[in-house]
Design a protein around this ligand. Structure first.
Ligand SMILES: NC(=O)c1ccc[n+]([C@@H]2O[C@H](COP(=O)([O-])OP(=O)(O)OC[C@H]3O[C@@H](n4cnc5c(N)ncnc54)[C@H](O)[C@@H]3O)[C@@H](O)[C@H]2O)c1
Ligand SMILES: [Zn+2]
Length: 351
């Protein structure tokens, strides 16, 4: 098994012949409608398994039905020659990657992400997953794709609003990486699909730098990739926000918490918050979207503790930012987080 995938950036979908001798295409069925070039390309592949994207696809209860159909479809193929090619967003990638890792005890995998979230984040790092009993990503494998192909026409087929969702993960990885990626993104005055494509390669390389230090998530190094995700996940669940929007809010929270905790110095904070790109960070509290009513706070507490012992003293490893390129992980209690949420709300209301 390869630890690092070969990365390809391309304008068009690759010629089918180049993908492998025998191909099983697992793809998001929406692509056939959204992208005419995809439909034409897929016609050249005989073994196909279209799926409906979403968490339902990752539900373990559904898996026996899928794997029976896929086993039947591939019964004449040889383990040595078969390549599973997955085209879709993160849910299809998690599902298809899992299938490839167990089908005939593991076959070659090529991933072609079709959402910005998948292209920037979920396709990379080798994690596959299924949900169990409604709880996300409870089982899975580490199974890096042999190749990951980022195709401009496939990604550009998404509605423009999705680019703003993808921005959440882009700004996250840029803050973790710092350096040229951050200094260049920081100056952007527009966020759209073109911006995402422009930074995609650098963003993906930045994620690999983190993953390479801890490929099987044994050393805790990959935890920095959770920047913005602690509060982000709570907001995603409670308000049913798209992941990228919730992460955008969560990043703003994490940066301001970093200042409050004195991890980030005031001079660094004014430099950072003065950058043009920071105008695209959402403020949950200013937007009046996030309530700090006691019933909501109780629900945030429950969500924050969902995988912890439900005691007040329970702590979480929170990712702070000292400056772009320098993150700091510190234990915080759930109460610290809730108090900070209320403090940021007061700051928004009264300056
Ligand atoms: N494995 C990992 O490391 C990792 C990391 C982060 C997230 N994830 C997983 O990723 C999933 C979320 O990813 P996602 O947002 O890409 O989800 P998704 O696969 O559900 O796609 C979101 C929506 O976009 C549609 N879509 C896909 N490609 C399109 C295109 N080109 N044009 C128009 N519409 C298109 C889909 O049909 C779907 O409705 C979650 O299940 C999450 O758990 C995995
Ligand atoms: Zn994320």
């Amino acid at each position: 098994m390869k630890l690092q995938s070969t990365l390809v950036f391309s304008n068009e979908l690759p010629p089918v012949k180049k993908l492998g001798e025998e191909i099983l295409l697992i793809y998001d069925q929406i692509l056939a409608q959204k992208s005419p070039s995809f439909g034409k390309w897929a016609k050249g592949i005989s073994l196909k398994y279209p799926v409906k994207a979403g968490e339902h696809l990752k539900d373990i209860e559904q898996f026996p039905r899928h794997i029976k159909a896929i086993t039947k479809l591939t019964e004449q193929t040889s383990v040595k020659k078969l390549t599973v090619v997955v085209v879709g967003g993160g849910s299809v990638g998690d599902f298809g990657g899992f299938v490839a890792s167990i089908l005939k005890r593991g076959v070659r995998l090529i991933n072609i992400p079709s959402t910005w979230l998948a292209a920037i984040d979920s396709a990379h790092g080798g994690k596959t997953a299924l949900n169990v009993g409604g709880a996300k990503n409870q089982i899975g494998t580490f199974y890096p794709a042999d190749q990951i192909i980022m195709v401009r026409t496939v990604l550009m087929a998404q509605p423009e609003a999705r680019a703003f969702e993808g921005f959440g993960e882009l700004i996250k990885i840029s803050l973790i990486e710092g350096g040229k990626l951050w200094s260049s993104l920081a100056k952007e005055k527009q966020i759209n699909s073109k911006t995402l494509w422009k930074y995609l390669e650098a963003a993906v390389h930045a994620k690999y730098k983190v993953v390479a230090k801890d490929p099987h998530e044994k050393k805790g190094i990959r935890h920095v990739l959770n920047l913005g995700h602690t509060i982000g996940h709570v907001l995603e669940s409670h308000y049913e926000l798209p992941h990228g929007i919730a992460i955008n809010y969560g990043l703003n929270f994490a940066l301001r918490f970093s200042v409050q905790k004195k991890v980030m110095k005031p001079a660094e904070a004014s430099r950072l918050f003065g950058e043009p790109v920071m105008g695209f960070l959402l403020s949950p509290l200013r937007d009046d979207l996030i309530s700090v009513k006691s019933s909501d706070l109780a629900e945030y507490r429950r969500l924050l503790l969902s995988d912890k012992k439900k005691t007040k003293a329970a702590t979480l490893r929170f990712v702070f930012v000292k400056k772009p390129g320098k993150t700091v992980i510190q234990e915080v209690t759930v109460d610290d987080l809730l108090i900070e949420l209320c403090r940021q709300r007061e700051e928004e209301l009264h300056g």
